[in-house]
Design a protein around this ligand. Structure first.
Ligand code: BGC
Length: 460
């Protein structure tokens, strides 16, 4: 545990932590929205007599907005800067959160949630990208994963807000509107933050970049080294077409596979439908909601473990161990639902398996996906490549959320979880054979390593 804290103390300055926390408010907004709607929907439904289709649209419009937002942000993060793109996304968020709290009907709510989606889709990858570009290499994993930590804290706070406001008049309006507060914090905080040094150097603003790096590193030598590294990579200009070119393709495959696997192991069915899954096991509504809070707490605790240890033991070990945990817990859920004898013998197995599942995701695929996509792409393609991976992640989030209940109808709960376990096994093989270790290397070294590997392959 002491690794990250020790490194942080000896290597970084408090400014870095303020910067990571402020940027990671983007992750908080992402998590708050993901978590808040499950509870709010229970009250929106009777208030607007919302049909099943309208309810799906209320949830889905955010995800569709996020796909669009992430696409646009790939361009904006370069053209407008990481900093101002995040500020813009925060402003949209505040406006849309307030609007969603006062909407007169479902159509307006769907539109407001689309706007919220634009904002969280943007922030979802511009925040980790910005942090990765400012952080010193040795604590980059922990700092970038602050974003995932804030995301799961956002989910937990949303569950708690839902719980606290459930008996208050106009409850769902409060639940949705309160999201404006962290939105304001993101806007104000980011206005005060500097630009990413890598973005500055791409524009020839080296003096400003040096000033930022001096706030981050203790030794002048480290500043010089890092500037040299960035300069070398900035000089290797390429075009957007390179993104599908042979040079970057292996990394794009890794990024997209992580993005897609992260969703198709079913994480958001647990986040969105935990109370529903627990109800399948025979829990009452009220104990299902309490148990859901347990799941939120587990997510926060294990993400914290990942933040503290990712720079010490590397990314791969967490990814692999976490994925094994996912498979085992999904198998346990499958067996629980398939066998009445098991249900009688171990009635708590479903809850235990759900908690093990969340813990496994939180130490592995959850943070590692967002971290790795901020590390593996060359600078000149980082924004569009990260955008592409984020878009894939949001699109599959949407797909899984919308097929879950249908899948349960068609395959039963047991069949659905066993299917996710099978997907997890394919993911494990892919991760073991194709995902590189990025710990302990500068972003520029990772880029050069990928290129060397590729040239080696072509040479053969
Ligand atoms: C995923 C989200 C998910 C969250 C849950 C993130 O890494 O991208 O889709 O809701 O983790 O912890």
């Amino acid at each position: 545990m002491s690794g990250f804290i020790h490194e942080a103390r000896s290597e970084a300055k408090p400014f870095l932590f303020v910067l990571a926390v402020v940027a990671a408010l983007g992750g908080f907004l992402f998590g708050y929205d993901t978590g808040v709607i499950s509870g709010a929907l229970l009250f929106i439904k009777p208030a607007f007599h919302a049909s099943a289709l309208q309810q799906q649209a209320i949830i889905g419009s955010l995800l569709v907005g996020a796909v669009v937002g992430a696409t646009a942000a790939g361009y904006l993060a370069d053209a407008l800067s990481r900093k101002w793109t995040t500020v813009l996304s925060g402003c949209i968020y505040v406006g849309a959160a307030l609007w969603s709290a006062v909407v007169p009907g479902t159509t307006e709510l769907i539109a407001a949630r689309f706007l919220l989606g634009l904002s969280v889709g943007t922030a979802s990858f511009v925040a980790p990208m910005y942090i990765a570009e400012v952080a010193p290499q040795r604590i980059r994993g922990g700092l970038v994963s602050f974003n995932q930590l804030m995301m799961v804290v956002g989910i937990l706070i949303a569950y708690i807000v839902d719980f606290l406001f459930k008996a208050v008049a106009g409850n769902w309006r409060w639940m949705l509107g309160l999201g404006a507060l962290p939105g304001v914090a993101l806007v104000v905080g980011m206005v005060l933050m500097p630009h990413s040094p890598r973005w500055l150097m791409e524009r020839g603003r080296d003096d400003e970049a040096r000033a930022v790096l001096e706030r981050v590193h203790r030794r002048e030598q480290d500043v010089d080294n890092e500037m040299d590294d960035i300069r070398r990579v900035v000089a290797e200009k390429g075009s957007l077409r390179d993104i599908i070119g042979a040079q970057v393709r292996p990394m794009l495959v890794v990024g997209l596979a992580l993005a897609i696997f992260q969703q198709i192991v079913g994480i958001n069915t647990v986040i969105y439908y935990a109370p529903t899954i627990l109800r399948f096991t025979g829990s009452t509504v009220s104990s299902a909601i309490t148990q859901t809070v347990f799941i939120g707490v587990t997510n926060v605790v294990f993400t914290t473990v990942a933040v503290l240890l990712l720079d010490r033991f590397g990314r791969r070990v967490f990814l692999l161990v976490g994925t094994v945990g996912l498979i085992v817990s999904l198998l346990a859920l499958g067996v629980f639902f398939a066998s009445p004898a098991v249900r009688r013998a171990v009635p708590d197995l479903a809850l235990i398996a759900l908690i093990a599942y969340i813990a496994s995701f939180a130490i592995g695929l959850g943070p590692v996906f967002w971290l790795m996509i901020s590390e593996i792409f060359p600078l000149h393609l980082r924004s569009p490549a990260m955008a592409l991976c984020s878009v894939a992640n949001w699109a599959f989030n949407f797909l899984v959320a919308f097929t879950f209940l249908t899948l349960v109808g068609a395959l039963g709960s047991a069949g659905t979880f066993l299917l996710y376990a099978a997907v997890g096994s394919i993911a494990l093989v892919f991760f073991a054979t194709r995902v590189p270790e990025t710990n302990g290397r500068s972003l520029e070294e990772i880029e050069q390593q990928v290129q060397r590997k590729h040239r080696g392959k072509r040479g053969r």
